[in-house]
Design a protein around this ligand. Structure first.
Ligand code: TXA
Ligand code: MG
Length: 349
């Protein structure tokens, strides 16, 4: 695996883009940064190449991939039904952390759509991602660059940990801002529906589209028989090795409960991790305490969430207790990922 660091040296960067482009055009795999998380890319229209993505990640083959583009013209080629809504959203939010689901055109192989008649499309704003798509001239199919089921990578070291030896090249540039994956909105049916919450919120989409629904499966309120519409959302996901539980309620009670639970596990000889915030960090009495961000600015929590989960794994804790967060704005994306990482273990106090 070639590991290449983006620097200030533009000439050298250009060589990196050219080398990565050669690999992509020959059907190889290249991991690269985006503004949300690192992606694991292959030529989207080359079935053999995208099959390698599934193998490298250990990803179930019914879980479709997002196709990354650098120009809105690509929409017409990838989708046979670019709706007026899609055009409005592209104008307002692209390039950026929004993925649209549209009816696919014939050139998109079903092997990357999990057999579905729709395709997921996103135009990333990260300059390295955009430059790689442009230089290679291919549409890049890219899931997050983690081993399937693990937290998504937000730093080069995470990608190297999961993918070294499994793929051809890793481009490192730790300017991954947002930290949680793109918002996915399904435009292939009557009412636009959010299948995965992200930095672009329901309110932001509603301003452009009017009525927007949220897939009820999103916040884990899944009743038996209710299957999430994004195939990927049904798997255990974003999960650290440790057993994670979320403690929700009045913050003073949450802190007390986490202190009590931590002592209980420590008395049994276990190492315990605590996902704390700026506001609460000094109130925890034992355990491996990590500050994930500020309760007043949940974008900071989104930015640090996956790195914190991975750090707990490094420290080999057996249990992690996390404070809950509001389900407003990017807080909703944070809670969606946490609930899935916790396998729905929520303790209410
Ligand atoms: O921010 C992101 O979106 C990152 C970066 C790399 O762009 N990518 C990413 O990809 O998160 P991935 O594969 O980890 O998540 C894609 C999600 C999965 O839950 C998948 O099931 C859903 O998108 N998806 C893809 N195509 C779909 C389709 N046609 N219909 C419904 N859901 C789809
Ligand atoms: Mg993923």
């Amino acid at each position: 695996t070639i590991i290449a660091q983006i620097t200030e040296n533009e000439e050298q960067n250009q060589k990196i883009y050219e080398q990565a482009s050669d690999i992509l055009k020959r059907g190889g795999l290249v991991a690269f940064p985006t503004e949300t998380v690192y992606g694991l890319g292959a030529d989207a229209l080359d079935e053999e190449a995208s099959a390698k993505i599934y193998a490298a990640k250990g990803r179930p083959s019914d879980n479709p991939l997002i196709v990354h583009i650098a120009d809105t013209k690509a929409l017409e080629e990838l989708s046979c039904d670019v709706t007026a809504q899609a055009k409005l959203l592209a104008e307002k939010f692209w390039p950026g952390p929004l993925t649209m689901i549209l009816k696919k055109s014939d050139c998109v192989p079903k092997s990357i759509t999990g057999g579905l008649g729709t395709v997921a499309i996103r135009m990333p704003s990260h300059p390295v991602a955009a430059q790689l798509i442009r230089t290679s001239g291919v549409y890049i199919a890219a899931p997050s660059a983690n081993i399937s089921g693990k937290p998504s990578p937000t730093r080069g070291e995470h990608v190297i940990h999961d993918m070294k030896g499994r793929i051809d090249m890793i481009i490192v540039d730790d300017t991954v801002d947002i930290g949680v994956e793109s918002t996915i909105v399904d435009l292939s049916e009557d009412v636009p529906t959010i299948l995965r919450p992200g930095y672009i919120t329901k309110e932001m989409l509603s301003e452009v589209l009017g009525e927007v629904r949220i897939d009820p499966a999103i916040m884990g309120s899944v009743k038996p028989g209710v299957v999430p519409k994004a195939p990927g959302m049904k798997y255990k996901h974003y999960a650290p090795d440790a057993d994670l539980a979320i403690v929700e309620g009045d913050i003073d009670k949450v802190v007390d409960k986490i202190n009590a639970l931590t002592k209980e596990k420590e008395a049994l000889g276990y190492r315990v991790g605590i996902m704390a915030t700026q506001e609460t960090k000094d109130r925890y009495e034992s355990g491996v305490i990590k500050v994930v961000g500020s309760r007043k600015d949940e974008a900071t929590v989104a930015h640090n969430l996956y790195a914190a989960l991975r750090e707990f794994d490094k420290q080999q804790v057996a249990y992690i207790y996390s404070e809950g967060f509001s389900e407003n704005q990017v807080g909703q994306a944070v809670m969606n990922r946490l609930i899935k990482a916790a396998g729905h273990t929520i303790i209410n106090v």
